[in-house]
Design a protein around this ligand. Structure first.
Ligand code: F6P
Length: 544
């Protein structure tokens, strides 16, 4: 057994878990009319309701004791102080510095000075694109921006530009290309005019195969459809930490927006990686996004744990994952503009927490991280909620929704929210045999029909969910929500004693793909792999 699972706080939670497992959520609500007041928190315009999770006062006391035992406050301070808590890469994890309004140091240097410099560069560039001072090679204004990046260099910009659609400037379309599959880039380029298109090549390392391949193809398309080598400067900019690789690609380093190794890819939308967001919604709104995140940082770093939204969200996740063995987490935004929010959280949570050894390299004997997935409501209701209501898989779900909508059909919004409230209530309450029987009797069915239908119509309920409501999805609120989840993930990582800031697990596949690419072009059968891989490669080659 690991020191964590043997520890007093962990053991106390293990002992307490059967008590909670034996008390259905429905009973917890009927026993305590103050349950919502006790198990919900509000910060600014965000309401976090975890009263539909299997917790009581003892659970919260024991989870808080676990957080203290794992020195959460010290780790929070270490992150904020720029300590190199990403130990396997010997780096600080200072995404909070990207939105800070006071100095933040690492290695004795106040990094916020550099952050300000790049933000000003983004502001100047965004202004020039918006007021058409920066034009394409033929003198026409830029109408389309294509961000080429993947993972953290794509998911943040895609998610945020989609979520902030109501704030878009009218004169510019922002597109994002990530997939190595040529279908992605070619379909985006097809309707575009090279003379009015700006490419952002976004890659922290500037070595990522997908991004560099797409960037080279974009450049060829540009040169083949009207642009010349001299025009590249006006149409290609880069966002990276790797100046040398950017200039080797052929982009003038003056057209590069820098960020730093202390910004993790999945924590980078606040840096120059957010350039497409600033272009889409304007610099004032981008600054509001940063300010929202800063407010959540301040809340996280200064609020007592029991009133602290990211801390409570993280501890509830630990309670579910490690003590109820629920490793399946749905993210269900009741807001179409948040349709990429589950994908964004997938990388944030799964790349951060997908670890099997502790910071010091010992194998863990407890689950770290959950499988994250989801779709916007109400689409999900007509696809996979059947399994949520009556299936056999364990899961928990975060439901998110704005109280106010920002589109031109506001009469839909009460219906959408009625579904949100109904689903979380139905998942919690269920419908027992007695209730189903009464309903069927009312329909004047025969006794035989009632007994035959009864098992199919029962909803066991007791499915735990967390609800997150906010006033409206403006840039500041989006910033707060993203930072809420960033810090939630950090809380989990501290409890689990893992490093959430590296991602060595993505390397092996990349190494093998490099070797296999050369084999695809060879003219003799492949023998160097297992029989399955050899035959898959050979089958592919016979189909060319
Ligand atoms: O920005 P880069 O260096 O191209 O990397 C893209 C993505 O690749 C990863 O390294 C692995 O998927 C992510 O962490 C990162 O966000």
């Amino acid at each position: 057994m690991s020191t964590l699972t043997r520890s007093p706080a962990w053991q106390a939670l293990s002992t307490h878990q059967p008590d909670m497992a034996n008390r259905p959520l429905r009973t917890l609500f009927s026993e305590d009319p103050h349950r919502f007041d006790k198990f919900s928190l509000q910060f600014k315009d965000i309401l976090l309701d975890y009263s539909k999770q299997p917790v009581d006062e003892t659970t919260i006391r024991l989870l808080l004791a676990l957080a203290r035992q794992q020195n959460l406050a010290d780790w929070m301070a270490r992150m904020a102080n720029g300590d190199k808590i990403n130990s396997t890469e010997n780096r600080a994890a200072l995404h909070i510095a990207l939105r800070a309004n006071t100095p933040v140091f690492t290695d004795g240097v106040d990094v916020t000075q550099e952050v300000k410099r790049v933000l000003q560069q983004i502001e100047r560039f965004t202004g020039k694109i918006h007021n058409s001072t920066h034009r394409g090679y033929s003198g026409l204004p830029i109408t389309d921006v294509v961000n080429i990046g993947i993972g953290g260099s794509d998911l943040g910009p895609v998610m945020a530009t989609e979520a902030l659609k109501p704030y878009h400037v009218p004169q510019l379309q922002v597109h994002c290309v990530s997939n190595l599959d040529g279908a992605h880039l070619s379909s985006i380029l097809q309707p575009l005019n090279p003379a009015t298109t700006l490419f952002i090549i976004a890659s922290k390392t500037f070595t990522t195969q997908e991004t560099l391949t797409n960037a080279h193809s974009a450049r060829e398309w540009f040169l083949a459809s009207g642009g010349s080598e001299q025009d590249i400067a006006a149409h290609f900019v880069a966002v990276s930490t790797n100046r040398a690789a950017v200039s080797q690609f052929g982009i003038d380093p003056d057209n590069m927006f820098e960020f730093w190794d202390w910004v993790g890819g999945r924590y980078s939308l606040w840096s120059a990686i957010g350039l497409p967001i600033a272009l889409a919604v304007g610099m004032d709104n981008f600054r509001l996004l940063l300010a929202g995140a800063q407010k959540m940082d301040e809340h996280f770093l200064t609020t007592p744990f029991e009133k602290n939204l990211p801390v409570m969200l993280g501890l509830i996740a630990v309670w579910q994952i490690n003590f109820f063995h629920v490793t399946n987490q749905a993210i269900l935004p009741y807001d179409q503009s948040m349709h990429r929010f589950p994908a964004y959280l997938q990388q944030l949570e799964m790349e951060s927490c997908g670890k099997r050894v502790t910071r010091t390299g010992e194998a863990v004997d407890y689950s770290t991280g959950a499988v994250i997935w989801g779709e916007p409501g109400t689409n999900g209701q007509h696809a996979f909620y059947q399994l949520l209501h009556q299936g056999t898989q364990k899961f928990t779900a975060d439901f998110l929704a704005p109280c106010q909508c920002q589109h031109s059909l506001p009469e839909h919004h009460p219906m959408l929210l009625a579904n949100f409230f109904a689903q979380t209530e139905a998942l919690m309450r269920g419908k027992n045999e007695q209730e189903v029987r009464a309903e069927l009797i009312n329909q004047n069915l025969s006794v035989e029909a009632i007994e035959r239908l009864l098992p199919h119509r029962v909803f066991p309920g007791n499915r735990a969910t967390t609800s997150i409501l906010f006033k409206k999805l403006d840039p500041a609120t989006l910033g707060m929500l993203i930072a809420l989840y960033e810090h939630k993930v950090f809380v989990q990582s501290v409890i689990w004693e893992i490093n959430p800031f590296d991602q060595w697990g993505v390397e092996l596949g990349k190494q093998l793909a490099g070797k296999i690419l050369a084999e695809l072009a060879a003219d003799k059968p492949v023998t160097g792999h297992d029989a399955s891989t050899n035959n898959l490669i050979d089958f592919y080659r016979t189909q060319q």
